[in-house]
Design a protein around this ligand. Structure first.
Ligand SMILES: Nc1ncnc2c1ncn2[C@@H]1O[C@H](COP(=O)(O)OP(=O)(O)OP(=O)(O)O)[C@@H](O)[C@H]1O
Ligand SMILES: [Mg+2]
Length: 262
């Protein structure tokens, strides 16, 4: 099957979707021959939509996100995005020799923002992630939560329509994670960004998303999806969040049992 990765030109005409994943499969060469990791995934993310991709460890979530990011190519099928997406990972991947502000300015520079505008814009972005005053701080002077805020500001500096997030809060303690869920929800609602967020934490998926997509394992296929109609502001301990999480966890357990993992 032909493989195409079509990317809309940056600043091009608006498309009806932020990301379109059509019949995507991905195999890797392994010791026992080709290993099929993703099998026939079809998924659209609408403009402004927040979708979480949920699944057991090793089911292919990061693989799919990397394909959408254009870091790797599908073995079959096609992916298109509305412009180049921004990325945020579990590890902040900030440059330790640069300050928080300069890390953000680098992203602005790469986007072609004139030098004279970069500092002001970096400070605005730090304000948006509630890190006023962190401009001159080096990475090692920041807490884990603060680093992820800077990483988020740097992702936002790319001015992309689509933000791809791979377990960005997994290494944080529960309270810090909860605060960052609030911040991400606020920023998503303020900016109208589309978000494709990968997690294996069911509560986190329900807390954040408008739609939760569950992947099966070995190979990764779309097992089921849920529309989350719970009003914002949501809390991780809300009974509606808990109820839907129980239902999804049951389904996820079934997937894991079927494939003998964990
Ligand atoms: N570059 C690669 N070469 C070979 N195999 C790979 C490669 N990348 C991923 N895989 C395999 O693909 C499968 C899916 O990996 P992936 O990292 O996408 O899972 P995941 O759902 O993100 O898991 P986790 O929740 O643990 O992060 C795994 O079996 C992994 O070993
Ligand atoms: Mg992963």
């Amino acid at each position: 099957m032909a493989t195409t990765i079509a990317k809309a030109a940056e600043g091009g005409t608006a498309t009806a979707h932020a990301a379109r994943i059509e019949h995507v499969s991905k195999s890797f060469a392994g010791p026992a021959g080709q290993q099929l990791v993703l099998d026939d995934i079809t998924l659209d993310v609408a403009p402004g939509e927040f979708v979480t991709l949920l699944g057991a460890s090793g089911c292919g979530k990061s693989t799919l996100l990397n394909l959408v990011a254009g870091l790797d190519k599908p073995s079959a099928g096609s992916i298109s995005t509305d412009g180049r997406p921004a990325l945020m990972f579990q590890e902040h991947a900030l440059f330790p020799w640069l300050t928080a502000g300069k890390n953000i300015e680098l992203a602005l520079k790469l986007r072609g923002v004139p030098k004279a505008e970069r500092r002001g814009r970096a400070e605005e972005l730090l304000e948006l992630v509630r890190l006023h005053g962190a401009y001159g701080k080096r990475v090692h002077e920041l807490s884990g939560g603060m680093r992820q805020r800077v990483a988020l500001a740097r992702a936002l500096a790319q001015d992309s329509k689509l933000l791809l997030m791979d377990e960005p809060f997994a290494a944080l303690d529960a309270i810090t994670r909860d605060v960052l869920h609030d911040e991400l929800t606020r920023i998503w609602r303020e900016t109208g960004l589309s978000v494709l967020f990968v997690t294996h934490n069911v509560r986190e998926a329900v807390r954040l998303a408008q739609r939760v997509v569950l992947l099966s394992s070995r190979p990764g296929r779309i097992a089921r999806e849920w529309t989350v109609g719970i009003a914002h502001p949501r809390r991780i301990e809300d009974s509606a969040v808990a109820e839907l999480s129980v239902e999804i966890t049951e389904e996820l357990r079934g997937e894991i049992r079927r494939h003998g993992q964990h």
